[in-house]
Design a protein around this ligand. Sequence first.
Ligand SMILES: [Zn+2]
Length: 459
Amino acid sequence: MAEEVCCLKAQLKEKEKEIAALKKKLAQLEKNHTTVLELHDKVTPITSLTSKPALSNEDIMRYSRQLLLPELGVQGQLNLSKTSVLIVGCGGLGCPLAQYLAAAGIGRLGLLDYDKVELSNLHRQVLHGEENQGQAKALSAAKAVKRLNSTVECIPYHLQLSTENALQLIQQYDIVADCSDNVPTRYLVNDACVISGKPLVSASALRMEGQLTVYNYRGGPCYRCLYPVPPPPETVTNCSDGGVLGVVPGIMGCFQALEVLKIASGQGSSCGQQLVMFDAQDARFRSIKLRPKQPGCAVCGENPSVTQLVDYEAFCGSAATDKCRKLNLLSKDQRITVQDYKSILDNAGPHVLLDVRPLVEVDICHLPFSLNIPLSSLEDRKSEHLQLLQERISELKQQMAGDCQPPVYVICKQGNDSQKAVQVLEKMSGSEVDSIAVKDISGGLMAWVKRIDPTFPQY
Ligand SMILES: [Zn+2]
């Protein structure tokens, strides 16, 4: 009898344990279910963050390794939990930034991006996965952040930051991080931060280099103090033109996270008066002291002329996007379509196909029989390249009876550089090389992929 009682008691204890485990699992599932993320397509008012009176046992466990740091401590952790950060751009910089801010226990993250996840993003935008292709980046990033730390409040914004919405949005956050990839957005974010009195942690990355500065912080300069005039649009290179090694924005985004955390915790950033430059090739950081806030600055100076947001695309002469601009330098009769070129190929019409992309791009993919002379070599009149071109023209002249002008068709990736090349070649025709009939293949290789050969690689 006593043995039976003992046995039943043990069984009961076992069942109680099982029930407790099931309850815990259910609570976790319900918690995840209630934090369904809503994608915002416009700026709406949000409630202000309330500060926690103390850390919970779960907080202490989760953040224990950083709580041990005297630089942070309990007060620093509590400060993080009541800070909101707006991340402008959920790409190569924004992904690691959001990840580390969430991991460290920032209170609220606004995640803004107008793009969708593409395969060519994944080498550097490491919050997104293959299964997120086609999804709004802001939502994909918010979901990933929530998986890491469900206690962080995330607001994904699928919208383009504009003169109309920037102030309303930025006023609702404590710190702004610029992770954008174009000049008009940098000026827009800067001006909105100055007008709203918010510190701006700004970074950029291109090719093998990165930069970081904290603007409008503790009496330091703003972006306009240093760059009062935007650069000419044709001198600006973005990642889709110039390329970038994924880890470079990764490093710079982590660096941004560090400075945001220092500001948010109350420790303070020391990057308000300096520009930090990272050279990935030499594995070196350099720091340049910045000139101070300018009394004559148009937005943060003593008599500002910019007191409300302006038209930044007009101010910079370029669009607020990293998508390639379409140049229109030539007349209609100086260009042919990819379909026209395909029929020339099919009819075996004699011609020279001149590919003016840099060699590194030609190595990725090229059309057979193309002659590769980079635009820069044409512009610089590199003699070995001009000789090569002249040889091909001479061969063609021999094939073609009579004294007609041999046709030269120029191609590049998107159809911008090829138009510039046509202009250069027209100047050379009849003087530096024999007289030729030169035409641009409109839309370049990317039009070729779209309309003629979908198996040709896209990059
Ligand atoms: Zn300024």
